[in-house]
Each structure stands twice: as C-alpha cells, then as structure tokens.
Design a protein around this ligand. Structure first.
Ligand code: IPM
Ligand code: MG
Length: 352
C-alpha cells in the first residue's frame, strides 16, 4: 500500500518526538512492504513566526490531500505568558480540528505491567484498567459564539453550545466502540446544571434502543473525576463533551504512569489526525529527554484507523511494550539508566 502522511511537528518537543515516530513508521513500512511518502507542514507558533497564521492555507491543503496527519504538539511560553496576544498557537490546533471536521478524539487508556509502579495510584487499583475516552472535539465551549469581552473590559464570556447532530455523531462512534469492547458506555456530563448536558442525555436516550447490546450509564463529571482515580477498572468507553474530555484525559494519563505514554486519534469528516496528548513540553525541547512513546503509539493508531492496517499497528504496540519491559525508557519513567528520546525511538524501530 502507498501511504501519504502529512507531518506537522508543531512546537516544543514536537519536532523530536515526530522524528521518532517517523523512524518507527519507516521500519513498519519496510517490514510490511508499504511505500510511504511524507510532506511537512507548519502549524502553531512555528507557523505564526513564518506566515503570521497558526494554521496556514498551505498546511490545510496538505492535510486535505494526505491519507493521515501525524501531529506533534502546539504551544509555547512566549504566548502562554502573554494573554493579550491576538493570534495564538492554539488557534492553529483548533482551526485544524474544525476545518478537518475532526469531531471525535479517541484516547485509549491502557496500563503497561512493567510501569504499574510508576503510577501514583496503588497497583491493585490499576491492574486490568483498560478504557477508551471519546472526547467531542469541535463543539462546546471551545468554539461556541459569542465569546469575548465587554466594552469596558471588566466582563468576559464564553458560550457552551451543542446541536443535537453534533452530539449524535460522536455518540454513534462511542456506541460502536462500546459494542466492539465490553459493552459499557459511560456518558459524562453535568446535566444537573447545564442545558447542553441535558441535550446530551436526551440525545443518547434516543439512540440507546438502537444498541441493545450496550449498557448506557450517565455520570456527572465531578463524580467521574473521582471514580476514574478510585476505580479505573470499572470503565470501558467514556464519551463526553470537549472541555470535560480535555480535563479527564489528562487525569486519566496518571493511571498509566506518564502523560508521555498516551496517544490519540482525531477522526471525523476529512483526513484523520494522530497526536500524543501531552502537549509541547517546552522545558524539554531540544534536550533529548521527552518520551516519544505517545507519538509512536499515535502512529500505531494511524496504521489501524487511517489505513486499516491492523497487524502493522499491533507490531508497533508490541515493540513499544518490549522497550518498556527492557527498561529502554526516558527519564520520567526510568528506574535506572534513563535513555534519550532518540535512543528510545531507535530501539523501538529496531524491534519492529
Ligand atoms: C489537548 C490540548 C489542547 C486542548 C490545547 C493545546 C488547546 O490540551 O489536545 O488536550 O485543550 O484541546
Ligand atoms: Mg488537553
């Protein structure tokens, strides 16, 4: 098969972790007889510096013309510390999600036996934890209008807005995942307070009879934040709105022992995008210490979801597990000698 991949490293550690993912993609393609063609695009602060636009038209055209997008991270302290900046790197990520129609962000949370002791949670709480968070990605308070400031600058507002159709399409995907897994779908909302959450519940109630093999439960987000830590094994598929999903998936990453391990896939109307959930980690940029595993596992998801190549994805996952078992890991999860970003990437690629 011929794979056409857009590489968008973005900011911070994006460049160095994407480089490791590319090594692993190359090794996988060599091994399984695929041809791969990459094209690079600018996004985030790097794109603002070069063009003034955090998601340039040229990058959008490149994404639309590719079979998948492999994306690093966005954000830099230059902008984080300047709330007055009108053009911000994160706008590039949001524009990309919106324009590619990436309405569902799939974040699997799995534990690795060799890393259970790295989690701040007790081992007995973690064993067997294996769930998927499906986060709505192009609606809610991230995108709702109106948003802004009052004229006197003393009041600010954001709007949380959902249409029934926006809820339906992401929940249809979540029902599909639940059906293919253990059959439990947890809808996380704040229906005791928010009108949008009540529309989520009403919509899911209407859909549920179409999935008689799936058990649906509803959970308030505050309670979900607690239960994720208290009893992670109880979850199978969690579906939730944009901002709740953003927060809960960072929380969920603690279960695996490092934010540097969690991949994600964003899917929807056009080209799918694959990215680690950890962000740009600017303090580590250029220091060869960032964990490339989340980016590499994102590439595994890319093989499976964008190209339908399941065996290739599984091969990458096996190589990652081997590197963790062998202790070839970066400093934040290392018990002895820490390895660099490059070394971990090379090791995993060699295990394919
Ligand atoms: C994520 C990130 C982004 C988000 C930021 C960088 C805008 O935290 O992908 O989870 O909030 O969606
Ligand atoms: Mg986030």
């Amino acid at each position: 098969m011929k794979l056409k991949i857009a590489l968008l490293p973005g900011d911070g550690i994006g460049e160095e972790i994407i480089r490791q993912a590319v090594k692993v993609v190359d090794a996988t393609c060599r091994r399984h007889g695929h041809e791969v063609e990459y094209a690079r695009g600018l996004v985030g602060a790097a794109a603002i510096d070069a063009t003034g636009n955090p998601y340039p038209e040229e990058t959008h055209r490149l994404c639309m013309a590719s079979g998948a997008v492999l994306f690093g991270a966005i954000g830099t302290p230059r902008y984080d510390n300047d709330p007055s900046a009108a053009v911000r790197p994160e706008q590039g990520l949001l524009a990309m999600r919106r324009r590619l129609g990436l309405y569902a962000n799939i974040r699997p949370v799995t534990t690795f036996p060799s890393l259970l002791h790295r989690s701040p949670l007790r081992r007995e709480l973690l064993e067997g934890a294996d769930f998927v968070c499906i986060r709505e990605l192009t609606g809610g308070i991230y995108f709702g209008q109106p948003r802004g400031r009052s004229e006197d600058g003393e009041t600010a507002f954001d709007t949380c807005l959902y249409t029934r159709e926006e809820i339906r399409r992401v929940c249809a995907l979540a029902f599909g995942y639940a059906r293919a897994r253990r059959g439990l779908l947890t809808v996380v909302d704040k229906a005791n307070v928010l009108a949008t959450s009540r529309l989520w519940r009403e919509t899911v109630r209407g859909m549920a009879p179409g999935y008689p093999d799936v058990t649906v439960e509803y959970m308030f987000v505050d309670n979900a934040a607690m239960q994720l830590i208290q009893r992670p094994v109880r979850f199978d598929v969690v579906v939730t709105e944009n901002m709740f999903g953003d927060i809960l998936t960072d929380e969920a990453s603690v279960i695996t022992g490092s934010l540097g391990l969690l991949p994600s896939a964003s899917v929807g109307l056009h080209t799918s995008l694959f990215e680690p959930i950890h962000g740009s980690y600017p303090q580590a940029a250029g220091r060869n210490i960032a964990n490339p595993v989340a980016a590499i596992l994102s590439a595994a998801m890319m093989f499976e979801l964008a190209f339908g190549l399941k065996e290739e994805g599984a091969a990458i996952r096996r190589a990652v597990t081997a590197s963790l078992d062998d202790g070839i890991v970066t400093e934040e999860i290392s018990d002895g000698t820490a390895h660099g970003t490059e070394e971990v990437g090379t090791y995993i690629a060699a295990r394919i």
